[in-house]
Design a protein around this ligand. Structure first.
Ligand code: ARG
Length: 705
């Protein structure tokens, strides 16, 4: 027996599965056998007693999980951080454990009331005493980690748990003597896995596979060269033995029903103490402010979800609820993240949804010089579609040419400092680029409450993907908007793919152009080719557009069209010379509607107008998009997504595609002004033209019907 090693256990007199607070307990209420549990516990008790001293705490009636003493608290030397249970079902255990610790002369630290932490179940010392691994995500709160570091004067490494079956760190993670670590990597997020890999060299990692993990193999008691666990596969046993340990298996099936095994049933109260240790915490906190229709517009949920999904944690410090329908709410939220890196990621996403960082009112943005034309600094801030301001030398600059996925470049001009959104390739030596996420804010209009509450199909203010039955309602809304934009001399840009032609939409799109609803057309080689093929030969990719059947030899039609247009030197000349007598391209030429056709690797021909220099094509697109009020994206994934990235917020986007993935992808860019319609594009266009005709009477009087 090793005199200096002590454990705390609690006899299972009142043990049972009485409630469900983890997935293991589900379906197991009152299903564990009292006698079997007692016997299994006794076996474990004796095994441990052979090698260490075991102290006992008196079990309390009504607290069935008290057997799991790992959750009593976290002990180091003569100090203990008492557990604050997450679930009320276990909170009643706290005073019993507290009394025991005090009776043994420990200094007991208690966490604030709303800061859960479940003791050694969620915090495991490196067995060499160098640092503490602490879990969060289910039972323990990240914000408890800095306090633990301070009280125990130790470095704390925070690990985020992702799989609810492994809700406590000790269910999937087990540091062993000699610097070994036995663990189940999928239970953690990728950041945590990286942290583990940085600290534990590969030869010291014992990776546990799922079948062993769900037998609680990681829930192991390690006493010197011995490991005690419920069960391990031959393969795992061999690997543990190779690392120099003896494996002792003892069945604990009755406790598995409550979600615990060997390690959970014990609390080591003598931990190796390293004398020259000191507190280190990487956990960072940051206070942010949100304002707007936080509840009605669902903003607060989105923000808090982003924090948690990003690996952080939050505390709402203040919530000022707007009382009237029109009044806005205000919230002050403290965000915590396990590291600066994770914090940066979270904050940049929060900035996207208009959250203001409070500290940033006082801080300038961090800038780094461009050292090579066309290349930004490593950590450059990636821009969004939202109007952004950046603080330089104490003054807030409005960023010009806002777009997504750019960098923010600061340059000195005779008129002072200028901030501009630039794509990487346009960065120039001499400019400075914003890195990190401090000193930045995005300006968001307060989303109107009414718009939020209106039926979604009438509202551009809600990013949503429609279902079939909503199509007609959306068409009504789009028609109304098109009409308004045309009448006030606004600008509508259409991006379109060849599907528009294949689905019979050419005549409708032509109609829209002719009637003045379209101010620019963006596409690729294909839409123009198939449109002219239909106009010249009556087929689209060789399919007869009237009868819907393939024409013999029709697959060559489009090449012949390309060839003819090439002979004329441009689409415009081909139109002027009567080769093309109708269709989308015809209307563009006749009505002086500018178009840009961006080339691609698969283009046949291409047409003389197709821009095969992609950088040039992107520039042409960007120019035609300037000042757009609305963009109609018709069944062209590449062009639509490209356009989406170039467009600042505030421009209404309607994306029509039969493929929901394309539609979702565009709504996902976070713009509340974008709306997705999953439907056949030809059908959509015909409904749209119909609706517009209804709206346009001879006297210009609007008949809403
Ligand atoms: N039923 C208990 C709970 O869900 C089991 C605790 C297991 N303890 C542990 N350290 N993993 O809290």
């Amino acid at each position: 027996m090793t005199e200096s090693i002590r454990f705390l256990m609690c006899s299972p007199d009142h043990y049972d599965v009485d409630y469900v607070i983890n997935p293991w307990m589900e379906g197991n209420i009152h299903k564990s056998s009292f006698d079997k549990a007692r016997e299994q516990w006794q076996n474990l008790y004796h095994l441990i007693k052979d090698h260490a001293i075991v102290d006992l705490v008196t079990p309390a009636k009504g607290w069935p999980d008290m057997v799991f003493t790992a959750n009593a608290g976290l002990v180091l030397d003569k100090t203990v951080v008492l557990s604050r249970f997450y679930h009320k079902e276990r909170q009643g255990e706290e005073p019993y454990f507290k009394t025991w610790f005090e009776s043994q002369g420990f200094t007991v630290h208690e966490l604030p009331k709303d800061l859960p932490f479940e003791g050694a179940g969620d915090a495991l010392f490196d067995r060499e005493g160098r640092y503490l691994w602490a879990g969060y995500g289910f039972r323990s709160e990240l914000d408890s980690h800095p306090l633990i570091a301070e009280w125990l004067d130790i470095e704390v490494l925070s690990l985020r748990l992702m799989d609810e079956r492994f809700y406590h760190l000790d269910t999937c993670f087990c540091p062993l003597k000699g610097g070994y670590l036995m663990y189940y990597p999928p239970a953690f997020d990728s950041y945590s896995n990286r942290l583990i890999e940085m600290r534990i060299p590969p030869e010291k990692r014992i990776i546990v596979e799922e079948p062993d993990a769900i037998n609680f193999a990681c829930n192991t008691v390690n006493i010197n060269q011995m490991v005690i666990m419920n069960k391990a596969s031959e393969n795992l046993k061999a690997r543990i033995e190779e690392a120099g340990f003896t494996v002792l298996e003892t069945s604990l099936t009755e406790f598995l029903k409550a979600g615990g095994a060997a390690k959970c049933l014990t609390l080591r109260v003598t931990e190796p103490v390293i004398v020259d240790r000191h507190a280190v915490v990487k956990v960072e906190s940051h206070t942010v402010l949100m304002e707007g229709h936080l509840l009605d517009a669902g903003l607060i949920n989105r923000a808090l979800d982003l924090v948690v999904e990003g690996g952080g944690s939050f505390k709402v410090l203040n919530f000022n609820l707007g009382e009237q329908r029109q009044s806005t709410s205000k919230a002050e939220i403290k965000i915590s993240a396990p590291s600066h890196e994770v914090m940066e990621e979270i904050i940049s996403q929060l900035i996207d949804i208009g959250v203001v960082s409070l500290e940033d009112d006082q801080r300038d943005a961090r800038l780094q010089p461009v050292e090579q034309d066309g290349v930004g600094p490593d950590d450059f801030y990636v821009s969004t579609i939202y109007p952004t301001e950046v603080r330089v030398d104490g003054q807030w600059l409005t960023v010009q040419h806002q777009r997504m996925d750019g960098a923010i470049a600061i340059s000195e001009t005779p008129n002072g400092l200028v901030a501009q959104c630039k794509i990487l390739r346009d960065l120039k030596v001499g400019e400075r680029v914003v890195v990190d996420v401090v000193g930045l804010r995005t300006i968001r209009k307060t989303e109107s409450r009414e718009a939020r509450n209106a039926p979604q199909e009438f509202s551009f203010m809600s990013a949503g993907v429609s279902s079939e039955r909503r199509v007609e309602l959306i068409v009504e809304q789009v028609a109304w908007e098109l009409r308004q934009i045309r009448d006030r001399g606004g600008k509508v840009v259409v991006t379109a793919g060849p599907v528009v032609i294949h689905t019979g939409g050419a005549q409708h799109l032509s109609h829209l152009i002719r009637e003045g609803y379209v101010q620019a057309l963006l596409g690729g080689n294909a839409i123009a080719v198939h449109d002219m093929e239909q106009s010249i030969m009556g087929t689209s990719l060789g399919v007869d557009m009237k009868q819907g059947i393939a024409v013999k030899g029709g697959h060559r039609h489009h090449l012949k069209v390309i060839n003819s247009v090439r002979r004329y030197g441009s689409i415009a000349t081909a139109v002027e010379n009567g080769l093309v007598k109708s269709g989308v391209m015809y209307e563009c030429v006749k009505n002086n509607i500018p178009f840009s056709l961006a080339g691609s690797i698969r283009d046949d021909g291409p047409l003389p107008d197709t821009q095969m220099d992609l950088i040039k094509a992107q520039e042409d697109y960007a120019e035609l998009l300037q000042g757009a009020d609305m963009i109609l994206m018709l069944s062209s994934m590449l062009h639509s997504i490209g356009v989406g990235n170039m467009t600042p917020s505030g421009v209404k986007m309607v994306c029509v595609d039969i493929n929901p993935a394309v539609v979702t992808k565009l709504s996902d860019r976070g713009s509340v002004e974008s709306i997705g319609v999953v439907t056949d594009v030809g059908l959509f266009l015909s409904l749209l033209v119909n609706q517009l005709d209804k709206l346009t009477s001879r006297y210009g009087v609007v008949q809403v019907g």
